[in-house]
Design a protein around this ligand. Sequence first.
Ligand code: HAM
Length: 439
Amino acid sequence: MEIYPVKGTHDIYDKDAYIYQDIESRLIFVASIHNCNEIRTPIIEHTNLFVRGVGESSDIVNKEMYTFEDKGGRSITLRPELTAGIMRSIVSNKLYANADLPLKYFYRGPCFRYERPQAGRYRQFQQFGVEYVGVSSYLEDAEIIALGYHALMVLGLTNVKVYINSLGDEQSRKNYREALKEYFAKHIDKMCADCKRRYEVNPLRILDCKVEADQEIIKDAPKMSDYLSEDAKLYLNNVISLLKEIGIEVIVDNNLVRGLDYYTGVVFEYHAEKIEGLDNVGALGGGGHYAKLLKEVGGPDLEGVGLAFGIERLAYVYTHVHGSKYANIGPDFYLIGLNQEIIDKNFSLADMLRSKGFVIDTNYQVKSVGSLLKLAVKKNAKFAIIIGEEEMEKGRVNVKNLRSQTQTSVELEDLAQTLESLIIEYEEESAKLALEDVK
Ligand code: HAM
């Protein structure tokens, strides 16, 4: 019986795994220069954490959670996002007690949402995010938005737009909710079943609806900006001008409400600009300010702001932008032994070369030099090191550059040193070729 992957999941291997690793290490670098520490929390949490944290009116809690009863009869959920779990961890470990605020954490890991799989939408996907907790001003909101923007620049994704909105303070949101209820009351009969539910629990959610016919109605709905208090407007403008000062232009989008209930105040999203051949995979990342989430999960009254990127979506755009940059992942040297005795000796030679930091692969089966060279090319090795009986006797090896096909005879004694300079030359040559490619 063939067992298929679960719908909406995918395996990440070889080139893709390399790209994921590269993306994550760049994101970690950007989080680190903002002095964030890492936090790792469990994939499973008690269901009520998400019900209270992410919110009962959100689609995530309503329809998308992987929830099950464990053997002890507890209701457990695979995390649909990480922010709520991080708040729970901050409370469980009293992380706020001895630290200077704000706490600054970055995190990464899998999330689970039972959504309809489509381009850029999976049921298991990876997030990378950052949370600042114990924040006190618009400066932290601006810093988080800038951090996310810099992360995209470090990934070379310059074709990105940042959208921003404010959900205002409690009174602004209350007034706006009433205005929306009044407006949608006239239309709700014609709208989708989800919108009917949203109308009852949280009419703001209707603005998030993707159904085309509903969007026509949403287009003329009252705008949040008309209901913002003066303080909330000033706060949003302060964030926008701070970002402008450092060269980040953001676009105000009045319909940006985000799909989670914990946001208050500033919310934002990063989208890749439409370019030829690039599917619309939705937001690359998003986040916002949350004033009550920590308190909601049993902690002190501290506000937070954070963001998360979807690694699958970043990887998709990244691959599109950088093309075949990773086509050549492979060992530095493929060590070829032409008989069993040499293959046995190569075991320790490979070990010595790896200890010098070279990426080494080698053959453990006797095969012809021709087929082993073919294998080295298939593995994308930069060089093959060929050792036959004759070479062994002379204490020399042949090193073949698999790109230029040139071959050098090298004394075994000087091997590590010579390989070092060969790799440097190879990389310089690669840089030159890449430059010519761009021209
Ligand atoms: P979110 O907008 O639900 O926010 O998810 C963040 C990012 O995760 C999205 O922008 C998208 O790139 C990715 N994502 C979401 N769902 C999927 C999916 N089904 N398949 C692939 N990628 C997906 C949050 O999760 C908040 N916790 C962000 C945050 C952090 N707010 C404050 N702090």
